[in-house]
Each structure stands twice: as C-alpha cells, then as structure tokens.
Design a protein around this ligand. Structure first.
Ligand code: CP
Length: 327
C-alpha cells in the first residue's frame, strides 16, 4: 500500500492541504489550491534538478495511465512524474487492451481498481468520460484530456511556465489564438489565467470562437476577437492552438491558406507583442500553419519549457492527490 513521506516536499517549505479525490478540471480549483499546486510544482522542479532527480514519496502506489486517445507529452510526462516519485506505473491504451473487445469505461476502471490502481490518469475522446470513471472508482482520477472539454494539467503547466518567466500574471496580457471553441486546453486555461489575474483575449475566426462564455465573470473579463493583428499588440504571452485539418473539411475555415494569412503566429505579428513576450503552444504543433517554424523554435519560444515543466506539475498533482487519499 501507499507509503507517503512528506519529507522532500516539506523540506521545500510546502505544507499540503489538499482534499479532492480527483482532478477533473481547473474550474473547481480555488485560488489557494492553484497556489498550492504551483508551490508544490516548484518543490518538485527542485527535486528534478538534483543529480538523482527522484524520491520515494509514492513508493507502494500504483499509477495507471489509461489512454483511449493518442498522446505523447501527457502520457510520457505522467509516467516520468510517477516514477520520479517512486510509484509503480502501468500504461494502458485502447489498442491492445480489452477495451478493443468492447469493455466499458466503468468495467475498465473497476478492473484497474481491483488490480490495485491508486491513481488513474485518463484521456478519452468523449467529453465527460473521466467524470464517469471518477464516479465508479475509489482510485483518484486525473483528467488527461477529455474531448473538447478540459485538460487541467496542461493549463496548470502553462500557468507554471508563465509564472516562472514573468512572475505574477496580475494585469499581464495573454492572447490565445486559434481553434478556441474545440480546444480543451483553452477551456482549462481560461479559469487558471483569470484566477491568476491575467487580462485574457481569445482570438480566431468567428467559426472557431465560443458564442458565449461559460460564466458572467468570464464574460466581464475575457475579450473575444477575430482580429489577431490588433489582439497581439502589447501582448505578454501568445499561445497558439493546434488547428486540425478537419476544420477545413468541415467548412469551419475556408482554407488553410486563409487561416495562415489571418491567424498564423509569425515574426511579423510577434514584432507587435510586448518586448520579451512569450510564445507558447500546447503541442503537437502544425509548423507552418498556426505557427511559423522560426517562431516555434525562436528565442521567444518556451514550448519545450512547457513540456519539461509538465513533469514537475504532474508530480505535484500526483503527490497532492496522494496526500488527500492518506488523510
Ligand atoms: N498537449 C498535449 O496534450 O499533448 P499530447 O497530446 O502529446 O499529450
């Protein structure tokens, strides 16, 4: 069973108070909980920077990554994070498991709990699937991305990356550009960025923008615009989102050429942002479409830092969920 030593994190000055069984989205996190994740992730980054980079804090725990949809960053970084905390890790994908024989989500998570899973990291093409899973297992469930709904650990690692580079985000201008309406990354980022006090602009073709925002507080604090050239003026952070080629086939954009002309993050546009502005992208990128290659790999880009920070943030999430299971 789970052996939980708080020593490595306590040494870094973090006193965890975490009560939730699951992490399904950011919209249920209060400012204190987001701050706790950020502080714990700093402690985890410090652990990662040590020569060994590992602790035995989650020795005896079993983390299962259950991915019904493709992933490189999320799946690999959860595996690295769990192993860095000393947990055992089991990786399952739909292909090659009994999911291919038609086993349901509920039966799958119950089976994994019976095998000894303490934490299930789940990605699913259907919005809401991790919520269903969480209702049917005593294991902690982390949403690793569900349909077009939410991707909480991506938003948290994005926030961690911005804070490390810029300090407080209070009053900082963040522009998210692209296929906002289909983006689980954008949805989860809206909440964390507003909680952090950022001034947020969502930008893209009208067909790829939300018609309404979820809450009155979002409506009052988020600018929605189709004019990227204006939105990027003075921005401190520009986050480009992946544009899926199916959007052209489904008629939501006239052509990729027109999309590039209006919305590609390139050198000409980045020159209008604030000096030292950060370029971000959750990945995987379509270089040459939503972002030009020289900007994706240029000095302003923190895209690889986002990926690296994902390990520390996911270590923090696994650790905090384990503290809640222990209490
Ligand atoms: N950002 C993200 O979720 O990437 P993966 O699909 O590679 O996990």
């Amino acid at each position: 069973m789970l052996e939980l030593s708080l020593a490595p994190v306590a040494e870094a000055g973090v006193t965890p108070v975490w009560r939730s069984k699951d992490l399904l989205d950011t919209d249920v996190l209060c400012a204190d909980e987001i701050a706790l994740i950020m502080e714990t992730a700093e402690a985890m980054a410090e652990i990662r920077s040590r020569p060994v980079g590992k602790v035995a804090t989650l020795r005896g725990a079993t983390v299962v990554t259950l991915f019904y949809e493709q992933s490189t960053r999320t799946r690999a970084s959860f595996e690295v994070a769990a192993k860095a905390l000393g947990a055992d890790v089991v990786n399952l994908t739909a292909s090659g498991s009994s999911i291919e024989k038609g086993e349901s989500v509920v039966d799958t998570v119950r089976t994994l709990e019976a095998i000894g899973a303490d934490v299930l990291v789940m990605r699913h093409a259907r919005s809401g699937a991790p919520y269903l899973a969480a209702r049917h297992t005593r294991a902690s469930v982390v949403n690793g991305g569900d349909g077009t709904h939410a991707h909480p650990t991506q938003a948290l690692l994005d926030l961690f990356t911005m804070r490390r580079r810029l300090g407080s985000l209070e009053g900082r201008r963040v522009v998210i550009v692209g296929d906002v309406v289909h983006s689980r990354v954008a949805r989860s980022n809206i909440w964390t960025l507003l909680a952090a006090g950022a001034d947020l602009t969502l930008c893209g073709p009208a067909t790829l923008l939300p018609r309404t925002l979820a809450s009155a507080s979002e409506r009052g604090r988020v600018t929605v615009t189709t004019d990227f050239d204006k939105a990027i003026e003075g921005a401190d952070v520009v986050m480009a989102l992946r544009i899926q080629k199916e959007r052209q086939e489904s008629g939501l954009i006239p052509s990729l050429r027109e999309y590039i002309s209006g919305y590609q993050l390139n050198a000409r546009r980045l020159a209008k942002a604030a000096p030292g502005a950060l370029v971000m992208h959750p990945g995987p990128m379509n270089e040459g479409i939503e972002i030009s290659p020289e900007i994706a790999h240029g000095v302003a880009s923190v895209i690889e830092e986002q990926v690296a920070n994902g390990v520390a943030v996911r270590m923090a999430v696994l650790y905090l969920l384990a503290t809640a299971r222990r209490s």
